[in-house]
Design a protein around this ligand. Structure first.
Ligand SMILES: *Cc1c(COP(=O)(O)O)cnc(C)c1O
Length: 422
C-alpha cells in the first residue's frame, strides 16, 4: 500500500477499515481528561465493555446459588474451562482438546518443563534466546537446577550477529544442528518481547525435531497478535498469558497447549492435581491419579471462574472479528506507523526501528531504539497523551493494536514525535 503522512489520508484508511467498529467495544483510558492514544496493548490489553457483564453473571449466580453453582450456574463452574477452548484453539491453530486456559504463564511454563524437559547424560541442553523475558530465564535456570544440573553448561543462548538486533532463522537452525543430539529442548518466544521479532515457528520446530529435541514456545506476545498453527507445525507444547493482546485483564488466567500426539501419554512426568483427574471419578476423592485425555489432564486446581469469565468476554470479540482479518489490519496499521517514523527521521538520527522490516517476521509491535534523548521522548509522549512503554537501556515499544487503535491515532503520534524531535 502507498501511504501518505496526512490526516486526511489516515482518516480515509479508518473509514475504509472493516474492523473500525471494534474500538467501541473497549474502554479507552484518559490522560488529562482526554482519551489517550493507547499503544501498550502488548503489555496490558484494554478492558472490553462486556467484561463487567461476564463477571457479574458469575457474581449473581454465586449470590443466588452458593455451592450449587458448580452444577447449576448458567455456565456451570465445574465445566467452566471448556468454554474458552474453541476460540483459543482457533487463535493458536490447534484442536480444542489441545488447549486449555489455566493458571498463569510462568506456572504453565514450569508445568510444561516438568513434563517435557527430561535431561539425560547424553541429551540435556536447552536452546533459548539470550535476553529472554526475565521470568522465562528464571524458570529455565530453576528447572535446570531442579535436575541437579549447571545452567551454564545446559543453557545455550541464541544471540544476534554483531551489529544486528534480531536473530536469523538460519543461525537458530545452525545452532540446533551444531548441538545436535545433546539438545533436549528448544524453547523460544513466538514474538520476542523486546525486539518484536516473530520467529519462524515451523522451521524452528522442524529443526528441533530433526535432532530429536522437543520444541516449545512461549506465546505471550504472539497469541491474539499473529495467526498461529501449532498443531500443523507439530509444536510439542506452548504457553501464553491472556492479559496482553487477549485483553483478559491484569493477572488474567493463562493458557497452554500440548500436541495431540501426547494426549494419551501417561508416561510423561507431571505435577498433578485433582482438576486434571478423570472428570467422572474426580469426586471419588481416591488415590491413584488418572489423567483426563490431552491438556485437560495437566490442569491442577479448579477453575478461577471470575478470571475465566473475563477471558470469555474478550474471546467473544476475537471470535467475531477473526484473527485473519485482525492480522490484515494489523499489518497495515504497523506498516503505517513504520512509514511515518521513517518520514520523520529518514536518516535514523534519533529513531531506529529494530523490529524486522518484513511484516511476516513481526507482529504489531515496533521497538524503537533511541540513539539520543530516548527517555525524554518517552516522557513527553506520555505528557501529550500517548502511552508507550520504555525498556532499558533505550527502547520505546509501541504496539498499534488492530482491535482498538486507529490510523488517525498513528498519524497523531507522528505529529507529536515530529514536534519533539524539532
Ligand atoms: C508477559 C510475559 C511473562 C509474564 O509472566 P507471568 O507469569 O504472566 O507473570 C513471562 N514471559 C514472557 C515472554 C512474557 O512476555
Amino acid at each position: 500500500m502507498k501511504f501518505k503522512n496526512s490526516l486526511q489520508f489516515a482518516k480515509k484508511l479508518d473509514r475504509e477499515d472493516p474492523l473500525r467498529s471494534y474500538r467501541n467495544k473497549f474502554l479507552i483510558p484518559k490522560i488529562n481528561n482526554k482519551q489517550s492514544i493507547y499503544l501498550i496493548g502488548n503489555s496490558l490489553g484494554l478492558q472490553p465493555k462486556t467484561t463487567k457483564q461476564f463477571i457479574n453473571q458469575e457474581l449473581e449466580d454465586w449470590a443466588k446459588l452458593g455451592g450449587e453453582g458448580h452444577m447449576h450456574a448458567r455456565n456451570p463452574w465445574l465445566y467452566h474451562h471448556r468454554l474458552a477452548k474453541k476460540t483459543l484453539a482457533a487463535l493458536v491453530g490447534a484442536k480444542p482438546s489441545e488447549v486449555v486456559a489455566m493458571n498463569q504463564l510462568t506456572i504453565n511454563l514450569h508445568l510444561m518443563m516438568v513434563s517435557f524437559y527430561i535431561p539425560t547424560t547424553e541429551r540435556y541442553k536447552i536452546i533459548a534466546e539470550a535476553g529472554a523475558f526475565s521470568s522465562d530465564q528464571y524458570a529455565f535456570e530453576s528447572q535446570i537446577k531442579f535436575h541437579g544440573l549447571n545452567p551454564d553448561k545446559v543453557l545455550i543462548e541464541l544471540k544476534p550477529r554483531e551489529e544486528e538486533f534480531t536473530l536469523r532463522t538460519e543461525d537458530i537452525v545452525r545452532t540446533i544442528m551444531e548441538h545436535g543430539r545433546e539438545v533436549a529442548m528448544v524453547l523460544l518466544g513466538g514474538v520476542q518481547y523486546y525486539t518484536g521479532q516473530l520467529f519462524d515457528i515451523p522451521k524452528i520446530t522442524a529443526a528441533a525435531h530433526s535432532v530429536g529435541a522437543i520444541a516449545g514456545f512461549d506465546l505471550a506476545h504472539a497469541v491474539g497478535n499473529t495467526p498461529l498453527n501449532l498443531h500443523k507445525d507439530d509444536v510439542d507444547f506452548a504457553v501464553w498469558c491472556s492479559y496482553k493482546y487477549l485483553n483478559a485483564g491484569p493477572g488474567a488466567i493463562a493458557g497452554a497447549y500440548i500436541h495431540e500426539k501426547y494426549e494419551s501419554n501417561t508416561e510423561l512426568p507431571r505435577f498433578a492435581g485433582w482438576w486434571g483427574h478423570d472428570e467422572g471419578e474426580r469426586f471419588n476423592m481416591q488415590k491413584g491419579f488418572k489423567p483426563m485425555k490431552g491438556i485437560d489432564g495437566w490442569q491442577v486446581s479448579n477453575v478461577p471462574v471470575f478470571q475465566n469469565a473475563a477471558l470469555l468476554a474478550s474471546l467473544e470479540i476475537f471470535q467475531e472479528a477473526g484473527i485473519k482479518a485482525l492480522r490484515k489490519k494489523s499489518i497495515a496499521l504497523t506498516s503505517y506507523m513504520e512509514y511515518i517514523l521513517k518520514e520523520i527521521d529518514p536518516l535514523e538520527n534519533t529513531l531506529k526501528i529494530i523490529t524486522p522490516v518484513n511484516p511476516e517476521e513481526r507482529g504489531c509491535q515496533l521497538s524503537i531504539f533511541t540513539k539520543q534523548n530516548g527517555k525524554k521522548i518517552f516522557q513527553q509522549l506520555n505528557k501529550a497523551g500517548v502511552i508507550t512503554d520504555w525498556r532499558e537501556p533505550n527502547v520505546i515499544r509501541v504496539a498499534p493494536v488492530p482491535l482498538y487503535n486507529t490510523f488517525e491515532e498513528i498519524y497523531r503520534v507522528g505529529e507529536i514525535i515530529n514536534s519533539l524531535l524539532k
